[in-house]
Design a binder for this molecule. Structure first.
Ligand SMILES: Cc1ncc(COP(=O)(O)O)c(C=O)c1O
Length: 373
């Protein structure tokens, strides 16, 4: 059997990781400013994380959602405190797309309506509803294409108002900061206006914090600088530091009905053990504060580089727009300077490091980056 060849691969295989670094089999060290696509939050192979998963799998790796699992309630309590949403309800699943799928489904069940408003350049995942709400026709199959999703112009509140005036919408879905599009912020004012309009029209507001959440931007969720409370928040990526887990945070105003949502693997014992360890380490090591500090430093230093077109983002979610070809620059950074970065479009390099990145490593990156430019 061969692999279904859908990924463009770099000819490189990390086999180990530690903190902000990954290593190939010959021991070559790479600084990881990509975090495996914003997934690594507390750092590779954190000892607390390794122990939590190892201990749990030696006891019980899995049982179904038909029995009590106190690890789920422990995780819900810890996330309630860490996120600042202690009165929200938690539904656990396995990935970001699945979290959005459940969020949309819940909005539709609750309102009895079927249309979703998403935004230009949005990315919400690759499953049926999530991909339909993703503004990239290349990854939307004919089966996924639906009149139930419309797109408003990102940041244009008049466009939102006009689209919602039909009264057909169950939800508006928006990323806390657009990631795949190349790091674009909706802006606090826009989010506040969006909250007001959705509330007044009885439309569920879904904040997709799958990439921008888990402390990456210097607050637990990117939207929290705006002061709004969404009806539903979706999470994945950093919450498990690499262990597949997705989460839907649901306002107390939305009521559960038995059987309304469900999953075999979601909230399993191993995933919960991983996410509890991540939550504990984030709080104890003050990683959100570190993301804010190190991120502000990195962004400030990047903005001093005259050759760059634009530096966007917050905390450790950064988009660096260059004049030239970003893919060539990223290859150079990887193979000549041993630094992993992410991409977005033709001219943007994305930095999505673990939240434990320190200023010394930020300086190392800055020096190598300037040399590679
Ligand atoms: C904002 C956002 N939403 C959803 C997803 C989909 O998550 P997953 O790949 O875990 O399904 C991603 C993945 O990059 C994302 O960035």
């Amino acid at each position: 059997m061969t692999l279904f060849d859908v990924y463009s691969l770099y000819n490189i295989e990390p086999v180990a990781g530690k903190g902000s670094f990954v290593y190939t089999a010959d021991g070559t060290e790479y600084l990881d400013l990509y975090g495996g696509h914003a997934v690594i939050s507390i750092g590779h192979a954190h000892p607390r994380y390794v122990k939590a998963i190892s201990d749990q799998v030696s006891k019980l790796g899995f049982y179904s959602n038909s029995v009590e699992n106190s690890l789920q309630t422990t995780l819900a309590e810890k996330l309630g405190t860490l996120t600042g949403y202690p009165d929200y309800q938690l539904f656990l699943c396995n990935s970001g797309a699945e979290a959005n799928e459940n969020a949309i489904k819940l909005a539709s069940f609750t309102t009895g309506k079927k249309k979703v408003l998403a935004f230009s350049k949005a990315f919400h995942g690759r499953t049926s509803g999530a991909v339909a709400a993703t503004d990239n026709p290349a990854i939307v199959s004919p089966f996924n294409r639906t009149a139930n999703v419309e797109f408003a112009q990102f940041g244009n509140i008049d466009d939102v108002r006009e689209k919602l005036s039909s009264g057909d919408f169950c939800a508006v879905i928006i990323e806390g900061i657009q990631g795949v599009s190349g790091i674009h912020e909706p802006g606090d004012d826009f989010l506040r206006q969006l909250r007001n309009i959705t509330k007044s029209q009885g439309v569920v507001l879904i904040l997709d914090e799958i990439q921008s959440g888990t402390g990456r931007t210097g607050t637990y969720f990117a939207h929290q600088t705006s002061g709004i409370s969404p009806d539903i928040i979706t999470m994945a990526k950093g919450i498990g530091n690499g262990f597949p887990i997705g989460a839907v945070l649901i306002s107390p105003e939305l009521k559960p009905v038995k059987g309304m949502l469900g999953t075999t693997f979601g909230g399993n014992h191993l995933a919960c053990a991983a996410a509890i360890a991540v939550a504990d380490v984030m709080a104890e090591e003050k990683l959100i504060e570190n993301a804010a500090d190190t991120g502000a430093y990195l962004i400030g230093e990047l903005k001093k580089i005259p050759a760059l077109k634009e530096v966007r983002g917050r905390g450790l979610m950064i988009g660096v727009e260059i004049e030239g070809n970003a893919s060539e620059l990223r290859k150079k950074l990887l193979f000549d300077h041993h630094i992993f970065t992410g991409g977005a479009g033709a001219h943007t390099v994305r930095l999505l490091p673990a939240l434990c990145l320190n200023k010394q490593l930020a300086d190392h990156f800055l020096n190598e980056f300037k040399a590679a430019l």
